[in-house]
Design a protein around this ligand. Structure first.
Ligand code: UDP
Ligand code: MG
Length: 342
């Protein structure tokens, strides 16, 4: 490609490309991470079945990939029972709870469809939205993100914190997140291939999906209340997740300290000059205990914070270089290949 061509290609935003209209789906996969979801599984399966029927997808053209993330209730036994009555059910059971991100990664690797939908297993993501998402794919979108219209189902404090997180993320990171976009998404096969090719261990799906690009569109939905059970996300776990997200998609927290350091050096330089000049003109003053204490405490505070931030990143480098598998599979149902590692 000659230079002017390259320039043109770069100037053309992806969204302007005419989107190819797509025909019918060969195989539709639905990937669902499950952690202690025995209460909603039956209803979920029933509602999904009804929706896939309306899409005219026969049993050979659909696939439900359940990933049991080390549940401690009867979730996996129930999935196995579903498999007995429904041949399109496939399941992976993790050796322990590896977390939702690992479960989603495992499901996306196992899914074989040319269109893959990722959704929660607690029915907060209504299966009835799927036909609309598929329609968008047929119109040419490579990724369809279901964005919640309201967060009324979340507690007040969690809503405020999540708003603050999205605001901060927008300012410091290299990718933009769809605000209110959860993990209810439709992917074209090429997007799944791109996501599967990412080797990182600290995974933050909201950032990854935005980072890979492709033609993305959003559809709105109203989240429902959890069908059963309780959210597995405590405040502390959410906070850790937020730090993961920020640190994997931004190096600003790491770099900001050199700016802080330079500002502090400039200020202390000016202050030092003033002290010298003052001493030269008016002689030695009574030594100030307060100002020394304030400077020492303030600076050591800043040093500790920056050390802590360094620690966050070094910890993540450690996790990556250890290169442990993302998850360990204990059992697989409905797959031909033997059990694998993540
Ligand atoms: N989940 C999981 N592993 C976990 C926690 C949750 O696979 O360690 C699954 C859970 O079963 C559900 C989805 O992730 O299908 C969303 O979880 P939850 O409803 O607890 O999150 P929230 O809706 O509160 O964000
Ligand atoms: Mg939920």
């Amino acid at each position: 490609m000659s230079r002017p061509d390259l320039h043109l290609a770069l100037a053309q935003p992806a969204a302007v490309e005419p989107a190819p209209a797509r025909g019918r789906i060969a195989v539709l996969s639905i990937v669902i991470p499950l952690y202690n979801e025995s209460g909603s599984l039956g209803l979920l399966h029933q509602r999904l079945g009804a929706v896939l029927d309306t899409l005219g997808l026969s049993v050979e053209r659909r696939e439900l990939v359940f990933v049991d993330d080390g549940s401690r209730d009867t979730t996996f036994a129930e999935v196995a029972m579903l498999r007995a009555v429904d041949p399109c059910v496939r399941a992976i059971r993790f050796a322990r709870n590896f977390g939702k991100e690992a479960a989603m990664a495992a499901g996306l690797r196992a899914a074989t469809g040319d269109v893959v939908i990722l959704m929660d297993g607690d029915l907060q993501h209504p299966p009835e939205l799927i036909p609309e998402m598929v329609r968008r794919w047929q119109q040419g979108a490579d990724m369809v993100t279901a964005v919640r219209r309201s967060r009324d189902t979340d507690p007040w404090l969690r809503r405020q914190l999540s708003q603050a997180f999205y605001g901060l993320f927008k300012r410091v990171s290299e990718v933009a997140l769809a605000e209110g976009g959860g993990d209810f998404r439709l992917f074209d096969r090429k997007v799944v291939a791109a996501i599967n090719s990412l080797p990182e261990r600290t995974r933050f799906m909201k950032g990854i999906t935005s980072w890979v690009g492709f033609r993305q569109v959003e559809v709105d939905f109203d989240p429902e209340e959890r069908a059963a059970g309780a959210s597995a996300w405590s405040m502390l776990r959410l906070l850790r997740y937020a730090v993961d997200g920020l640190s994997t998609f931004s190096t600003l927290p790491l770099r900001v300290w050199s700016l802080v350091g330079m500002a502090m050096a400039a200020i202390s330089g000016l202050y030092g000059t003033w002290l010298v000049v003052r001493t030269a003109i008016w002689g030695i003053d009574v030594p100030g205990y307060a100002s020394i204490m304030v400077a020492v405490l303030f600076l050591s505070g800043i040093q500790l914070i920056s050390l802590g931030v360094l620690g966050e990143y070094v910890g993540r480098i450690f996790t990556e270089v250890k290169a442990r598998p993302l998850f360990l599979v204990a059992e697989r149902i409905g797959f031909d290949e033997p059990a694998e590692r993540g």
